[in-house]
Design a protein around this ligand. Structure first.
Ligand SMILES: [Zn+2]
Length: 1115
């Protein structure tokens, strides 16, 4: 091992020696002596090459991928091409090129080049040598492009090229150097001006077995040049787009053995960059580019090694696919709710101030496409963004000292804390729990907003539940018909005619009483009647009526099928190529007053006019394919991801494809094994009332729909994403429901709360209050749960009143239904009869707001409340009018703080759409500081490590919980969330967001499985158990007995070591942003543009920004 190393070092020192000679040569202005210079450069080149030859020998064994073999006529130069491998480490070897670069060799060589160019005629040998060396050095020198420009070397090479177009010997090294020059964006513009684009078009051409390496480098250079918009425009103006397409087809036809994949890819690379500008896309379409790339790609499909071609083609086609607006009159929500006042700023104000008609015009301007046109690099951008997102202002990381509100103002909240003054003495049982959530026991109400009906609602749903007529068992007549599902209601008008008789078969309601102690269909219908929705829904969805019994079988995370996304995208592209195959038949439309009732047996029937339903439009595209459009959150023009709708009229066994075409997030767990949920009424009647994970060929990708920049809130126009799944139905005459996640309506919550009340034992102290009324006129329930005192003795009463508080909330984000299922688990456990539950009640007083956003839930929103705002961004200064539930929940906490009873634990339950497992976000000053570079002062910061205890316990007892996914960093973008505000303003050290995956787990007992309601409910129960352990730990006397948990500190220190890695803190939105544990499967190279391509490795070194390079080069 030692010997080669020694020779290498010797070689390195010789490189330095020669470099020194060159420098002297330059310095002594012995410019004329070209022969000496040539000799020295030749020696350097030789040294580099001998190193490379060794490398070549190593590489050539078992390397079939090296095209430029000895059979090539340009044997000598193809050896040089091999030097591109210079970046690969040689076992035990040094890097002479690296040495050359680090000792300033680039500059010396460039100066040599300049000097030599002044000779006339220039020495061809010397030029050849210099370019050969520069071609090796360039890719290793990050500042090469800038140095070359500053030294005035660009034109030397260009001129040399111009004079030697017929001289392949010189051409190749020149092109190799130019390829490196061009990767600098400033150089690209300047080189374009000097005619390099045109020159490249002279070199590239149709299929030929000659000079392929030359061609490859020319294509790479051209590709780099075309990244500049000016150059791209130049190429379009000179009609080069059809030329490129022609050349591509020619290579495609003739390269039958696929030996020149890289050349074909190079041509596509040029097309890819040209089509970054609008003009280029138009030229591409005019030149029939779609059909050409579609056909060639289809022919490439059977050959797996051609995947990079298919992927790049697919990327270009998607980019050039004409952008469409969504097939809607406006992207504003179809429903409107008049707010008491419009907030001064923010998204709602923006929405209201938009002139009508412009809100969804596709932005026609050029150049805003860069960000969206390709390279889904959003993840990386997010990362940067999030690095900047860490709170660095220490004052914001310290608890706020001064109380935010005068106590007088908070005193009215005393009524929600009767237990703190309860003495059970005079009339021990006088308190009456308010069993009806409609009862306004708590008078804290807010000005009620006016209801305005959405314009499409004048006809269909005229019978609201307010007309509480006779209750009937739900009926199905012959065919199971969705519309007739209006439980407790008469059939809607349009279908009433032939239904008047009572001949309809009474629907057998599955008997689930034993399995679902909290469910009661009749009670559910009762609850629905008092639920107020903006569209005034009158129907009840069967799944909510029947209830859901979690299946006992396992539902695995789906393995992604190779090529599925590509297939789907190609089917989409076929719409453009074979427009006559497209039906474009609207079968469901909320925007049109009497949505067409299509019942010709040819189409599916859709419906979502029930609580939490969300489907705006359904368009039959092909016989078995439907495009579905979701409604935006009320008073908003976006936030769609949640869906819940009904389908009927299906053909058994037919291969249906559903596309939800206006999803918004840039990625989704649907790409990583998550399935949609389906509920079959036939299955339910057959004794299996349940949601099951279903759907095949699921994927999620950017589509050709977009919206204007104005509608997107002043940002660039934004593309939409398609979530697609395939489905075959098993039952004739079925009614099936599809949902994003297990639905959990507000009426379901009310039903569960009533049933819990009924299950209450005398040991349980349970009080249900209505905290306030929402904008939509729904009550926001507040629960108090603890144990009744054992007796009315002073001691007992005192213990009762002084129990520490635990404050829980959930479902601020309506689309995160999993949060409600976790909350159900918590509530059921708390009300249970187990000794653990009793101990827990004796240990704490629980204050629970199980649904912070009832209106959002009722109306099928994904993210917001009726005010069109994300309520979990309003905690800093919630408005009593616009955000009543947040305002009053915060007030409760402020009241507690004011009376020195701030909760021991605060936790807000959420759902996470982009990560697996269950995990927590907490707040730690130290961990935040450690993530930043303000370390100097951090050592003196005092912080109790108690915030880690609860998640640590959870990771030990709850199988779905993952400590590794937890984060305790405070982000700026989260400063108005419940977690951060409660931590900072109320000084609650254990203030958390608990996130449950929508998908499944990749660790623990449930590894590889999708999550179901059973696991979610279990999580809620385990949270309670963890609180009990926490109690024991926080009780000083018992500390000693739990030494096993007290390794928290050392555990923490371990983690501390880790935190230097940027990946340890999880700066995900409470909800969602970047970070994926799973990568796209290989095919998604079409998104990420990281196809492995050995010849391109040098590009990686050249991507630094111009400004940096400039600065560095000058210093
Ligand atoms: Zn959330």
């Amino acid at each position: 091992m030692n010997k080669p190393k020694m020779t290498t070092e010797k070689g390195n020192s010789r490189v330095l020696m020669f470099l020194g000679q060159l420098e002297r040569l330059n310095g002594e202005a012995m410019l004329a002596d070209a022969e000496i210079a040539r000799q020295i450069t030749a020696k350097i080149l030789h040294l580099i090459q001998t190193q490379e030859k060794t490398r070549k020998e190593i590489m050539s064994k078992g390397s079939g991928g090296m095209e430029v073999g000895d059979r090539d006529p340009l044997t000598f130069y193809s050896n040089i091409t091999l030097l591109d491998y210079v970046s690969l480490p040689v076992p035990g070897g040094g890097r002479r090129v690296g040495v050359l670069v680090s000792k300033g060799g680039t500059g010396i060589l460039l100066q040599m080049l300049l000097s030599a160019s002044k000779e006339w005629p220039p020495s061809e040998e010397l030029m050849l040598q210099l370019h050969s060396v520069l071609a090796k050095v360039g890719p290793k020198d990050r500042k090469f492009g800038v140095k070359a420009r500053l030294n005035g070397a660009l034109n030397v090479t260009v001129n040399l090229l111009k004079q030697n177009l017929q001289n392949p010997k010189l051409l190749l090294p020149c092109l190799q150097v130019l390829r490196v020059y061009s990767s600098n964006s400033v150089n690209a513009v300047s080189l374009g001006k000097n005619g390099l684009v045109e020159l490249m078009f002279k070199i590239i051409g149709p299929f030929s077995k000659k000079n392929t390496s030359l061609l490859k480098v020319a294509l790479d250079t051209l590709g780099a040049l075309l990244k500049s918009k000016t150059n791209a425009r130049r190429a379009v103006d000179r009609a080069h787009v059809p030329v490129l397409l022609y050349i591509y087809q020619d290579w495609h036809r003739n390269d039958t053995r696929h030996r020149h994949m890289l050349i074909r890819k190079g041509i596509l690379g040029c097309l890819k960059n040209i089509t970054n500008i609008k003009l280029g896309r138009r030229a591409f379409l005019d030149a029939d580019g779609m059909r050409i790339l579609y056909n060639t790609s289809t022919e490439c499909l059977p050959v797996r090694t051609l995947d990079p071609l298919i992927n790049t083609s697919s990327l270009i086609m998607r980019k050039c696919f004409p952008k469409n607006r969504l097939p809607l009159p406006t992207i504003k929500s179809v429903f409107h709710h008049q707010l008491p006042h419009i907030p001064a700023g923010g998204p709602v104000a923006q929405l209201y101030s938009q002139p009508p008609g412009v809100d969804d015009v596709v932005d026609e301007s050029d150049d805003n496409e860069d960000a969206e046109a390709e390279n889904d690099t959003e993840n990386e951008e997010d990362k940067d963004l999030h690095n900047d997102d860490i709170e660095t202002d220490i004052s914001k990381l310290r608890p706020r000292e001064t109380p935010s509100r005068p106590f007088e103002e908070l005193k009215i909240y005393e009524r929600f804390f009767l237990e703190l003054s309860e003495d059970f003495q005079p009339v021990p049982w006088t308190w009456t729990p308010s069993t009806s959530p409609g009862a306004k026991m708590a008078a804290v109400t807010t000005p009620k907003a006016q209801h305005t009906r959405g314009r499409s609602w004048s006809g269909i749903c005229c019978r609201s539940l307010n007309s509480r007529q006779h209750r009937q068992p739900p009926r199905l007549t012959g065919v199971v018909c969705p519309r007739r599902g209006g439980v407790g209601e008469e059939s809607p008008v349009e279908e009433g005619a032939e239904e008047d008789g009572d001949e309809g078969a009474v629907l057998e309601v599955p008997d689930t009483a034993l399995l679902l102690p909290l469910h009661d269909p009749d009670l559910y219908v009762e609850m629905v009647k008092s639920t107020r929705s903006v569209p005034q829904y009158s129907q009840v969805a069967y799944p909510d009526y029947f209830g859901h019994v979690a299946p006992t079988f396992r539902e695995h995370i789906l393995e992604r099928v190779y090529g599925v996304q590509r297939t789907k995208i190609f089917q989409d592209i076929e719409r453009l190529i074979h427009p006559n195959d497209i039906l474009d038949k609207v079968v469901y439309d909320l925007d049109i007053q009497s949505s067409p009732v299509v019942d010709d047996g040819e189409s599916l029937k859709f419906n979502s006019q029930f609580e939490s339903g969300n489907l705006r439009k359904a368009i039959q595209v092909r016989r078995y394919e439907y495009d579905l459009v979701l409604n935006s959150d009320i008073n908003s023009n976006h936030y769609h991801q949640w869906f819940y709708f009904e389908v009927s009229g299906m053909c058994v066994g037919a291969p249906y494809r559903f596309n939800i075409i206006n999803c918004e997030k840039s990625n989704s767990q649907f790409n990583y094994g998550m399935q949609v949920l389906m509920y079959s009424v036939q299955e339910a009647i057959g004794g299996r009332p349940r949601w099951v994970r279903t759907g095949a060929d699921i994927c999620y990708y950017k589509n050709h729909f977009s919206r204007s920049s104005i509608a997107a809130g002043g940002q660039k126009g934004k593309s939409y994403y398609t979530m697609t799944f395939s489905m075959t139905f098993n039952h004739k005459d079925d009614v099936c429901y599809f949902a994003y996640h297990y639905p959990y309506t507000y009426s379901t919550l009310k039903m569960h709360l009533q049933k819990l009340e009924a299950l209450r034992t005398p040991q349980v102290y349970l009080r249900q209050d209505i905290l306030c009324e929402t904008l939509g006129g729904n009550g926001c329930p507040l629960l108090t749960i603890t144990a009744m005192p054992e007796s009315t003795s002073n001691d007992q009463i005192c213990q009762f009143r002084n129990r520490p508080l635990v404050f829980l909330s959930a479902r601020v984000h309506p689309g995160e239904t999993n949060a409600s299922w976790v909350m159900k688990g918590t509530l059921e456990f708390l009300m249970g009869t187990s000794p653990l539950a009793q101990s827990l009640r004796e240990a704490y007083i629980f204050k629970i707001v199980p649904m912070l956003n009832p209106d959002g839930v009722v109306n099928g929103n994904h993210r917001c409340s009726l005010s069109g705002e994300d309520l979990n961004r309003q905690w800093q200064s919630p408005s009593p009018e616009l955000h009543p539930t947040i305002y009053h929940t915060k007030s409760l906490l402020q009241y507690l703080t004011a009376i020195q009873r701030a909760p021991l634990v605060f936790c807000d339950y959420h759902g996470h759409s982009r990560k697996k497992n269950v995990f927590m976000y907490g707040c730690s000053l130290k961990e935040t500081v450690w993530q930043t570079n303000i370390s100097a002062t951090s050592c003196d910061l005092h912080e109790d490590l108690g915030y880690r205890t609860l998640p640590k316990i959870l990771s030990q007892i709850a199988p779905a919980f993952s400590m590794a996914s937890c984060s305790f960093v405070v982000e700026r973008s989260k400063e108005a969330t419940a977690r951060v505000v409660v931590w900072r303003e109320m000084g609650v050290q254990r203030s958390y967001t608990m996130e449950s995956t929508l998908c499944g787990c990749d660790q623990g007992k449930y590894k590889g499985l999708q999550i179901g309601t059973r696991e979610l409910e279990e999580m809620g129960a385990q949270f309670c158990v963890a609180l009990l352990r926490l109690k024991r730990l926080t009780c000083p006397l018992e500390l000693r007995n739990h030494a096993h948990l007290l390794d928290v500190e050392s555990d923490f220190i371990e983690t501390r070591c880790k935190v230097t890695s940027p990946s340890t803190y999880v700066l995900e939105d409470e909800e969602h942003s970047f970070m994926e544990e799973v990568d796209y499967s290989a095919e998604s190279g079409d998104e990420l543009e990281h196809e492995p391509d050995v010849a391109d490795t040098h590009d990686n070194h050249l991507s630094d920004s111009e400004s940096n390079s400039q600065r560095d080069a000058l210093t």
